[in-house]
Design a protein around this ligand. Structure first.
Ligand code: HEM
Length: 521
C-alpha cells in the first residue's frame, strides 16, 4: 500500500514538473506574463469555468497587469486590460482578426452545407483583397441599421407594435406572468416583426420556441459537442427555423420586411449561398437580434420597479415629454415622442446605460493571424486568441471610482463628471462595434418608458429580490436571470382613464452616445 502511494506521488510529481518545464520552455520572454500557473494549463480552465467573466476581473484586481497570458491546453489566450492596448488591438484589425472567428463559429452553429461553408470560409480576413462573403458583410448591413431613413422605418414599425401589445395588455389586467418569459415573448415579437414584416416567421409559436431552444444549445455547438442532449435539441430547432425561413424567402415575404433583411438576403444571393443556408443564417441571426435586447429589457424593468425612487424619477421625466393627442377615431391617446425621450429624460437614459455597464459580460475576441508585436512591446503568437473582457473595463475603479461595483442609476446623468466613454464597452468597439445598438436602445427605452407610465409591477410572493445570473454562457454579452419569477401587472391608478398609448418619432433617430465612436458622429 505504502509502495502504491509513493508510486502515485512520484507520478503526479513527474507530471507536474513536466508541465512546469513545458510551460517554461514554450513561453517566450517577450510574450505577456503568464498568470494562474499553479497547475500549468489547468488552473485557467478551472478559473474560467468556475467564475465566468468574473475570473478576468479577479486576475486584474490581484495582479493589475496591462496584458497577460493564460496558457490553456493547446492554446494561449492573451487577456488585454489596458484601454491603450485595447485601442492598439482594435487598430490592428488584419493581424488580430475578428471575422475568421465569426466564420468558424457560424459554420458550426448553423450547420451550413459544404457549398455555403466553403463560400463563407473563403478569404475571411481579406488576404486576397476586400471581397468575399465575410469581408463585405459588415459594410453591407451597416447602412440599414445606421441612424437615418432605414432605421427610422424599422423603429416606427417596432414602436407601433410595442404600443399595440401593451394596449392589448391593458384589457387583461390585473394579470400574473413570469416576468422574464413575458419580456422575452414581447421583445421577440416586436423585434422580429419589425425586421421581417407582416409575414414574420416568429409569429409561429413553434418557431419562437425553436429559436430559444437553439440558443440554449449554442455553447455545445460552438465547442463541437454535437452529441450532447442540448446540442441535439439545438440541431432539431435549427432545422425547424431553417424550414420556416426557407418558406419565408421562397414566398418572397422579405419584400414586406426591413432594409436589414433585404440587405442580408441580397448579400447572400450575391455570394451564391444556397437558399436553405440563407434560411439557416437568418435563423441564427436571431442571436444578434434578441439575445441582448431581451435580458437588458428585463434588467431595466427590474431596476425601475424594484426601487421606488428610480421609478418616481423616471415616471416624472417621461410624463413631462408625454402628449395627449386625439387619434383617428377621436379618442384621446397618450403619446410618447421617442426623440424627446432621448434628449429630455437623462435619468431614464442613465439608468439604461448603468444596466449596460453593470450587466455586460461581453468578451471581444480576436485571432492572431501572424506573430505580432503589439504596440511594439508584447509578442502575440500566431494562432492564439486575444480577448478584451468588458467587465474588466466596466468595473475599473480608476474609471468608475470606488462605487464601480454598485448600481447607481444616476451615474451617467451627472453633468459635472462625465464618465470616460472609452471605459464603456457594452457594444464592443473598433471595426466590430455593434451596428444594432441604436435600434436596440430605442426599443428598450420605448418598451420600458410605456411600461412604467401604464403599469405597476409587483412580485407575486415576496418583495423584489435581485436575481442571480451565474448561468451565463461564455459567448453571451448579457446574462439572463438564473430563475424566473411571477409578478402581478396592474394598471397605474391615475392612468386608468387613458385607454390608448402611442409613440411618435418626431425627429430622425438621433444617435445617443453609446460608445466612444458615437462621440464623433
Ligand atoms: C442591447 C442590445 C445589444 C447589445 C448589448 C449588443 C452587444 C454587442 C457587442 C458587445 C458586440 C461586439 C462583439 C465583439 O466585438 O466581439 C456586438 C456586435 C454585433 N451586434 Fe450587437 N448588441 C445588441 C443588439 C444588437 C441588435 C439588435 C443587432 C441587430 C439588429 C445587433 C447586431 C450585431 C452584429 C451584426 C454584430 C457584429 C458586428 C460585426 O460584424 O462587426 N446587436 N453587439
Amino acid at each position: 500500500m505504502a509502495m502504491n502511494y509513493s508510486v502515485i506521488v512520484g507520478a503526479v510529481t513527474a507530471v507536474y514538473v513536466s508541465l512546469r518545464l513545458l510551460l517554461h520552455y514554450t513561453q517566450d520572454r517577450r510574450e505577456p506574463h503568464p498568470l494562474d500557473t499553479l497547475i500549468p494549463f489547468v488552473s485557467p480552465v478551472i478559473g474560467i469555468s468556475r467564475n465566468k467573466t468574473n475570473y478576468y476581473v479577479m486576475l486584474r484586481d490581484r495582479y493589475n497587469l496591462p496584458i497577460y497570458t493564460l496558457r490553456m491546453p493547446g492554446s494561449r489566450i492573451y487577456v488585454v486590460n489596458s484601454p491603450a492596448l485595447i485601442s492598439a488591438v482594435q487598430r490592428q484589425y488584419k493581424a488580430l482578426a475578428f471575422m475568421p472567428l465569426v466564420a468558424k463559429a457560424s459554420v458550426k452553429v448553423s450547420r451550413f452545407s459544404k457549398t455555403a461553408s466553403d463560400i463563407i470560409n473563403t478569404n475571411t480576413n481579406g488576404e486576397e483583397g476586400d471581397w468575399g462573403y465575410v469581408m463585405t458583410f459588415h459594410d453591407t448591413i451597416q447602412p440599414s441599421l445606421a441612424p437615418g431613413t432605414h432605421l427610422d422605418a424599422m423603429n416606427r414599425v417596432m414602436l407601433g407594435l410595442v404600443a399595440e401589445y401593451l394596449n392589448r395588455l391593458r384589457e387583461q389586467l390585473p394579470t400574473t406572468v413570469r416576468l422574464f418569459d413575458w419580456v422575452k415573448h414581447q421583445i421577440t415579437l416586436a423585434t422580429t416583426s419589425s425586421t421581417y414584416g407582416p409575414s414574420n416567421p416568429y409569429k409561429s409559436p413553434t418557431v419562437e420556441a425553436a429559436f430559444w431552444t437553439f440558443k440554449s444549445g449554442m455553447s455545445d455547438l460552438i465547442m463541437g459537442l454535437n452529441y450532447t442532449h442540448t446540442a441535439s435539441e439545438a440541431i432539431r430547432a435549427m432545422d425547424i427555423g431553417a424550414t420556416a425561413f426557407e418558406n419565408y424567402f421562397s414566398d418572397n415575404h422579405r419584400q414586406g420586411g426591413s432594409a436589414l433583411v433585404q440587405a442580408r438576403y441580397s448579400h447572400s444571393m450575391d455570394h451564391h449561398i444556397p437558399l436553405n443556408d440563407i434560411a439557416r443564417s437568418e435563423f441564427a441571426n436571431g442571436v444578434a437580434l434578441l439575445s441582448n435586447t431581451v435580458p437588458n429589457t428585463f434588467w431595466m424593468l427590474y431596476h425601475l420597479y424594484s426601487d421606488p425612487e428610480v421609478l418616481a424619477e423616471c415616471r416624472k421625466e417621461v410624463s413631462d415629454v408625454m402628449m395627449v393627442i386625439n387619434n383617428n377615431e377621436g379618442e384621446p391617446t397618450h403619446t410618447i415622442d421617442m426623440s424627446k425621450v432621448k434628449t429630455s429624460c437623462p435619468v431614464l437614459l442613465s439608468t439604461y446605460k448603468e444596466v449596460l455597464r453593470v450587466y455586460s459580460t461581453a468578451v471581444s475576441a480576436r485571432l492572431v493571424m501572424e506573430d505580432h508585436m503589439l504596440d511594439n512591446q508584447y509578442l502575440l503568437k500566431k494562432g492564439s486568441t486575444v480577448v478584451m473582457p468588458t467587465p474588466v473595463q466596466h468595473h475599473n475603479p480608476a474609471i468608475w471610482g470606488p462605487t464601480n461595483a454598485t448600481f447607481d442609476h444616476l451615474r451617467f446623468a451627472s453633468t459635472e463628471k462625465r464618465p470616460n466613454q472609452a471605459g464603456f464597452r457594452a457594444f464592443g468597439g473598433g471595426t466590430t462595434l455593434c451596428p444594432g445598438r441604436h435600434f436596440a436602445t430605442t426599443e428598450i427605452l420605448a418598451f420600458t418608458a410605456v411600461m412604467i407610465m401604464q403599469f405597476d409591477i409587483e412580485p407575486k410572493f415576496s418583495r423584489w429580490v435581485q436575481p442571480s445570473r451565474n448561468k451565463v454562457e461564455f459567448w453571451e454579452a448579457t446574462p439572463s436571470p438564473d430563475e424566473d419569477f411571477e409578478v402581478e401587472i396592474r394598471s397605474v391608478e391615475s392612468e386608468k382613464q387613458a385607454r390608448h398609448w402611442a409613440f411618435v418619432l418626431s425627429d430622425s433617430d438621433k444617435p445617443i452616445e453609446l460608445s466612444a465612436e458615437d462621440l464623433s458622429l
